[in-house]
Design a protein around this ligand. Structure first.
Ligand code: GLN
Length: 246
């Protein structure tokens, strides 16, 4: 078989990289490398204009409202390219601030940021901030653990599936029990942690989708995730018992 490789585009890492979001990129790269698949990482700073022609995975991390305002303009300049990429089945993972910008808008009091409109969802800032450990149950990827810290309340359009249901924590809006979104090969979530080192099934979902699009096969060689899964289970059980402290 010819050597396989995937290209991962980390958008605006200097502005969107909260609570270890950069660890998500390292996780994707390592899990490819361990399987003998090359990972090409493209860090795209705000000063550069990204092209997605050869991209397999786009990652957009979290940021404060201030940082979101800055990146929003840059993202909107690339809206058409991102739309085309997503329409073509391009894989996109977005966390927290990045997740909010996938939608139509993020209303922050007097100011409303226009979003990319890639997924039918919208967000408005509320009080209090929704902060703490979180555990969700997802049909797609099982139990996902992590950390959330957001003022935004995100509401999904009627046709959009959440990533999972909240078992502990707040999720999209603190009320509906929904967390994140999955729309084709786009996955959005409020879960930092970072998300992927703590939840290898989410990392492999992303990789499988990208491999399928590029090479026509989503098959992934299993890895020894005993340590990650044990850590995930300890945290999940702690939260199910109602213990918030780590
Ligand atoms: N600024 C957004 C909010 O507070 C997202 C924060 C984040 O990415 N953690 O809702």
């Amino acid at each position: 078989m010819t050597a396989r490789s995937l290209s991962i585009c980390h958008l605006f890492p200097e502005a969107l990289n909260l609570y270890g979001d950069g660890g998500n990129i390292l996780t994707l790269a390592k899990r490819l490398e361990w399987r003998g698949i090359e990972a090409r990482i493209e860090e795209v700073p705000l000063t550069e204009t990204p092209s997605f022609a050869a991209t397999d995975i786009v990652f957009i991390g979290g940021g404060s409202d201030r940082e979101q305002r800055i990146v929003c303009e840059r993202l909107l300049e690339r809206k058409a390219e991102l739309e085309a990429y997503v329409r073509d089945g391009g894989v996109l993972l977005a966390v927290c601030g990045g997740y909010q910008l996938l939608g139509h808008s993020y209303a922050m009091g007097e100011e409303t940021l226009e979003g990319l409109g890639l997924v039918d969802l919208s967000t408005s800032r509320g009080t209090p901030r929704l902060i703490g450990n979180i555990l969700i149950e997802s049909e797609l990827v099982g139990r996902v653990v992590g950390y959330e810290n957001h003022g935004g309340r995100t509401h999904l359009g009627s046709g959009v599936e959440p990533l999972g249901r909240v078992l502990f924590g707040h999720g999209n809006d603190g009320e509906s029990g929904a967390e994140g979104c999955v729309s084709g090969n786009v996955l959005g979530t409020y879960i930092h942690g970072p998300l992927l080192p703590k939840n290898p099934a989410v990392a492999d979902w992303v990789l499988a989708r990208a491999l399928e699009r590029r090479y026509g096969s989503a098959e992934l060689e299993p890895l020894d995730d005993a340590e990650e899964l044990a850590a995930n289970a300890v945290m999940a059980e702690r939260l199910l018992r109602g213990e918030e402290k780590e």
